[in-house]
Design a binder for this molecule. Structure first.
Ligand SMILES: [Zn+2]
Length: 117
């Protein structure tokens, strides 16, 4: 990816050298083409920078999902379903049953599970 950015940077500096040379040329169409080329290259460099940061974000997300060690989430199937709290079950708490609250850090799905003593 960084190779891509340096290629475009090289192309941009080539275009600006062309623009310098074009000052000595009286052809208006040539000058316009060089100016358009510079603009297109600057635009391409910005789009590549956006792609590079998106790519880094996605790599981070994939890393987080593939290295997760929680239970499998019933909604998104990633191992990001984690226990966040335990309390006595509202109905069967006196008999020793507990209610465990799980939440998925990937998709936000949340569910309570009843656990018998
Ligand atoms: Zn999930």
């Amino acid at each position: 990816m960084s190779d891509l950015i340096s290629s475009v940077s090289t192309a941009i500096s080539l275009a600006s050298r062309l623009r310098e040379i074009s000052k000595n040329i009286e052809d208006a169409e040539f000058k316009n083409l060089v100016a358009d080329l510079s603009l297109e290259l600057a635009d391409a460099k910005m789009k590549i920078a956006t792609l590079v940061s998106e790519n880094a974000e996605m790599k981070e997300k994939i890393q987080a999902l593939t290295s997760a060690t929680g239970e499998v989430c019933p909604k998104c199937n990633n191992r990001t379903f984690e226990l966040i709290s335990t309390r006595p079950h509202p109905t069967f708490g006196e008999l020793g049953s507990k209610e465990r609250q799980y939440e998925c850090s990937g998709c936000g799905f949340s569910e309570a599970k009843m656990v018998d003593p």
